[in-house]
Design a protein around this ligand. Structure first.
Ligand SMILES: O=C(O)CCC(=O)C(=O)O
Length: 242
């Protein structure tokens, strides 16, 4: 059972981050993270495939189907139904409530495992998805963003364990994102809604004036929570607690 955190405990950097990017530290409690990790760390992960290339990160895809696959050999097919596993339903409902959308709008969840040294390169999300909501578990990661129109202008946040982020609107459609190799094992659960009426294509547009960017050599680290706790330590710490 996942409890909603008290609203007073919630904080985000909405005024500082590029439009459409929301960062929420401590979205999950330590106990909630440990409970998710017990299940997530035992999932049947497979290497992510992208055309001829096999990525180092490993994934498990869940979703209701009836939309095209993102990439790989199935890219031109409609996904086979992959119902949401039961353990993800409370988290899906909760992220939906947080963003003010119906849980049924979240059609896809991707659970990703990054072993130490594993990155995800510059990309934008698959065009048939709209809002992306990511939950971070276990090790921390840096997440970097750059506008299509200004690829040297990089914004960086630290994704603390138990935090949540959202990419929608400008950051989702006009920026790319990347995660440099992680130092400790990290898992993410990314939930996605379907793009409304058509497959959209990311494209270049000058970043809005409100956007705060820095140069590629001096990135702007706006996250603040750092953790050196390993997966084993988290599981040990919360073992036997509810
Ligand atoms: O692991 C994350 O939080 C980011 C995942 C990501 O960029 C993706 O699935 O496209």
């Amino acid at each position: 059972m996942i409890d909603l955190p008290a609203q007073s405990a919630l904080f985000n950097f909405a005024d500082e981050l590029p439009h459409g990017l929301v960062y929420q530290p401590d979205f999950l409690s330590g106990n909630e993270e440990a409970a998710l990790l017990q299940t997530v760390s035992g999932l049947p992960f497979n290497e992510a495939r992208f055309q001829q290339y096999t990525a180092r990160r490993r994934i498990v895809r869940c979703g209701e189907g009836a939309y095209p696959a993102s990439y790989g050999p199935e890219a031109n097919n409609v996904n086979p139904p992959r119902p949401f596993p039961e353990f993800l339903a409370p988290l899906r409902d909760r992220v939906a409530a947080w963003r003010g959308i119906a849980a049924a709008e979240i059609v896809h969840a991707l659970v990703t495992e990054y072993r130490p040294g594993t990155p995800i390169g510059w990309h934008s999300d698959a065009p048939h998805f709209e809002i992306v909501i990511g939950i971070s578990l276990a090790g921390p990661a840096r997440m970097r963003f750059r506008p299509y129109a200004e690829k040297n202008a990089v914004v960086e946040i630290e994704l603390a364990p138990r935090s949540a982020y959202v990419m929608q609107d400008e950051i989702r459609w006009h920026w790319q994102h990347q995660i440099p190799p992680v130092k400790q094992v990290r898992y993410s659960i990314t939930f996605r809604t379907l793009a409304n009426d058509r497959v959209k294509r990311p494209h270049a547009r000058a970043p809005s004036r409100a956007t705060r960017v820095t140069s590629d050599t001096g990135s702007n680290n706006m996250g603040n929570a750092k953790s050196k706790t390993s997966l084993e330590e988290i599981l040990k710490k919360y073992a036997g607690t509810d």
